[in-house]
Design a protein around this ligand. Structure first.
Ligand code: PLP
Length: 233
């Protein structure tokens, strides 16, 4: 068996969730310092998808309050109870969103990183109107222009932003998942440039294997799962 990559710690009792959290926070702080970014501008989202409440509680106990899920149904099953136990939980949707789940997503999530098409603009605008509550919105960009991959094509972004603003939405940032298996830095840099060009202050980029690179290139939100929770089943 090949050795596990350093960002995916083995699930031994010696490394506690609190220790993993501290290690990830320290790596974010180092990367921010090297790039002279203000640490206060960088939000760590602990991506808890597939993990049960028992695996999430120790991270909450260690002080983590910002979590990410990629399925509305799974989040709706897990988080109302956890939220009832702790104040200040902030929940982020980091996966694809079906238009027919827009109402549920707007009710449940504080931020949605998956706005990627005109039909979802319409559904979210209606849902936000009905709920009287507006999650922070990120437009997901298919930054490598990969066929089959989620996210708005780079070329379609200006049009989608225009439609969103026309519908009364105010996207605050961009999100991407760069192509697998290649150096992510050029893609992070490109996303940062596009966000700047459009006056969008937030950048959701970087996962367990590349969050330090993302931080040096201006990420304001890193989405870290396995480096905090261990590998997913
Ligand atoms: C699962 C997931 C993550 C976290 O991935 P890790 O490699 O476990 O850190 C981040 N972003 C998105 C969109 C995901 O689906």
């Amino acid at each position: 068996m090949p050795p596990a990559p350093p960002s995916t710690p083995p699930a031994t009792s010696a490394d506690s969730p609190a220790a993993r959290l501290a290690a990830v926070q320290q790596r974010i702080a180092r990367a921010a310092k090297v790039a002279r970014h203000d640490l206060a501008d960088i939000a760590l989202i602990a991506v808890s998808k597939t993990h049960e409440a028992e695996a999430i509680r120790p991270l909450i106990a260690a002080g983590q309050r910002r979590f990410g899920e990629n399925r509305v149904q799974e989040a709706a099953a897990k988080w109302p109870a956890l939220r009832a136990e702790h104040d200040g939980i902030e929940l982020h949707l980091v996966g694809q969103l079906q238009s027919n789940k827009a109402d549920e997503a707007v009710a449940l999530f504080d931020a949605i990183h998956a706005l990627d098409r005109p039909s979802l603009v319409t559904a979210l605008a209606r849902a936000i109107d009905r709920a009287g509550r507006a999650p922070t919105l990120f437009v997901q960009v298919n930054i490598g222009d990969e066929p089959q991959k989620g996210g708005c094509a780079v070329a379609d972004l200006p049009g989608l932003l225009g439609e969103a603003r026309g519908a009364g939405l105010a996207p605050a940032g961009l999100m991407c998942v760069p192509p697998l298996g290649v150096e992510p830095a050029p893609y992070f840099a490109l996303l940062a440039k596009i966000a700047r060009d459009h006056g969008l202050p937030l950048l959701s980029m970087g996962m367990s294997d590349d969050f330090e690179t993302a931080v040096t290139l201006g990420a304001t939100h890193v989405r870290v799962g396995s480096a905090l929770f261990g590998p997913r089943a």
